[in-house]
Design a binder for this molecule. Sequence first.
Ligand SMILES: *Cc1c(COP(=O)(O)O)cnc(C)c1O
Length: 362
Amino acid sequence: MSLPVRDDLVGQQPYGAPQLPEAIQLNVNENPFPPSASFVADLAAAVGEAAASLNRYPDREALGLRFDLASYLTRVTGVALTVEQVWAANGSNEVLQQVCQAFGGPGRVALGFEPSYPMHPLLARGTNTGWFGVPRAADFSLSVDAAIAAVREHQPAITFLTTPNNPTGTVTGLDVVKAVCGESQGVVVVDEAYAEFGTSVSAVTLLAAHPRLLVSRTMSKAFAGAGLRLGYLAASAEAVDALRLVRLPYHLSTLTQAAARVALAHTDELLGTVEAVKAQRDRMLAALPALGLSVVPTEANFLLFGPFPSPGQVWQALLDRGVLVRDLSSAPGLSGWLRVNAGTEPETTAFLAALAAVLADR
Ligand SMILES: *Cc1c(COP(=O)(O)O)cnc(C)c1O
């Protein structure tokens, strides 16, 4: 018996990185540091207070939260932003889905430079938006000329630029963002999910000059809030208004809004983990070549390492030793590579020891 599922979804696989809590989990780029006791206490108090009004719908426009997000972005980028220029949703995945709903759709195409975040084509597909995956250079870089040529050829309604890029960790310069904005008739999304781990200037600094530019961010990574489900975007007020046409009413629950505001009030504490995460990333960048492996230069909290003739076997052997990394080697351009994110110091030690043992066994 077959269900009348949409033709274009038949035979597709849902997004799914393994979730194995008993392993050392270094496979989905989470921040390994759990929230502090004082943060948990403040969050519990705020959520308790918010719970007293759960008979009412939440603030549909999430104005208080968007104000706090605008303040944070202004603080870290130096760019003055109004509430009307900032949008928020349940993870940046939902923000990006709303972008596809508002600016993509049947008869339109989106474009990304691969390998990159596999959710971009998935969100395009789910919204009936066409997809062009344009290959990056062999070193995973993206030049101005290559980016312009791709936009000129495919005329995308949405162009995704991810920097630092997942899963390569590589950075795309603002010169490329500017060039793509200049060439494109459609919107240009710069996905800055890992910006806090890098040293690059944010594309938020280009917003005033480029009205079709949208910059997305998340609290899932540096902010150590993957379980919170809060992503956000900065753009022109007109672009944010377009997202309001497709969002579900009351999409951000009262509890999510309250929790995210507490997290933003604890910004310094939460982002205080970033240096420790970077230190473990840099430790892996130095240690993996000493094991005879190549690494890709990274400004994120993860890195690609390899190449392996059979990455799947290395992935399994690491898991057998209790360490879970990411095998993306079946994706175009990633054959042979595995991805690992920085953990705590003991977790990173365990990963390096497990990998050394696996390599010695081969
Ligand atoms: C992890 C990640 C996100 C974050 O998604 P959330 O829905 O906010 O958890 C967005 N973009 C990229 C490139 C990512 O790697």
